[in-house]
Design a protein around this ligand. Structure first.
Ligand SMILES: [Zn+2]
Length: 262
């Protein structure tokens, strides 16, 4: 063994700090680190019989076998806006694995939100919808396409002061999604009064009345936009030439003097 290689092995031993060890069942001696399995797990080789072993799978990710650091990297890349295929190229994980990982992480986040975010007492909640699409954009949807295809909206509520997002809902921009969203919001909150500000979407008006029944001071911020409504307006900054606040005082008092931001 050349000294260079010895140095390399020493570095490897120092870096891994011998957390993982393995004993050869046949020879009953400690095995040495021996490269890595292609899935990232450590391998060991018996110095006597040369038999190799792979460290035990740690199933920290449900039924998935991928190493945790690579899973974390994949999620970081996705959260920074990388595409699934770009994440696939960087992490060398299969894109179907990445998608399963994304769903798993989402489910865990949902559980965390459900267990931690309850009975909160915000003073100002703002709600808005973010546009997206599933499969294809709305005007390409044909008869016979799955019902979830086309424009899809993420309804988001945000506490104006802490920026906490108590809830969100994905769906079509319909009465049903609006009610699901508002009910989810109500489940997160205490009974304390708060001010809810939304955009001008008409389903909010009746929904807030029905679901919050006097608990919320409700205002809609309606921006008058110069941008043409040609389906692309979400990609250009609309020219706001004025805004109008529609207060709904009869639904539990007039909105307070809070900053109503867009
Ligand atoms: Zn052996």
């Amino acid at each position: 063994m050349t000294s260079k290689r010895l140095l390399y092995y020493l570095l490897m031993i120092v870096n891994t700090k011998a957390v993982h060890t393995m004993t050869c069942g046949a020879c009953n001696v400690a095995c040495q680190r021996f490269r890595k399995h292609r899935n990232g797990l450590l391998r060991f080789r018996c110095p006597i019989c040369k038999k190799t072993y792979t460290e035990a799978h740690e199933r920290t990710l449900g039924a998935m076998y991928i190493p945790q650091d690579r899973a974390v990297l994949a999620l970081q890349l996705l959260l920074e806006g990388n595409s699934i295929r770009s994440t696939e190229r960087i992490t060398q994980l299969d894109r179907n694995t990445i998608m399963r990982l994304l769903i798993l992480a989402g489910e865990h986040c949902q559980t965390l939100m459900n267990s931690r975010i309850k009975n909160i007492q915000p003073r100002y909640i703002q709600a808005d919808e973010i546009w997206g699409f599933v499969g294809k954009k709305q005007k390409q949807v044909r008869v016979g396409d799955p019902s979830e295809f086309g424009d899809t909206w993420i309804f988001v509520a945000m506490d104006e002061e802490t920026k906490l997002i108590p809830c969100f809902e994905v769906g079509k921009r319909t009465r049903e999604t609006t009610y699901r969203f508002l009910s989810a919001l109500k489940n997160r909150l205490s009974d304390r009064r708060f001010q809810l500000t939304t955009d001008g979407f008409h389903f909010y008006e009746r929904g807030v009345e029905n679901i919050f029944a006097g608990q919320a001071d409700f205002a809609q911020l309606v921006a008058a936009e110069n941008a043409p409504n040609d389906g692309f307006w979400r990609f250009v900054a609309p020219l706001i030439c004025g805004s109008q606040i529609r207060g709904h005082g009869e639904m539990g008092g007039p909105p307070g003097n809070s900053p109503i931001a867009d």
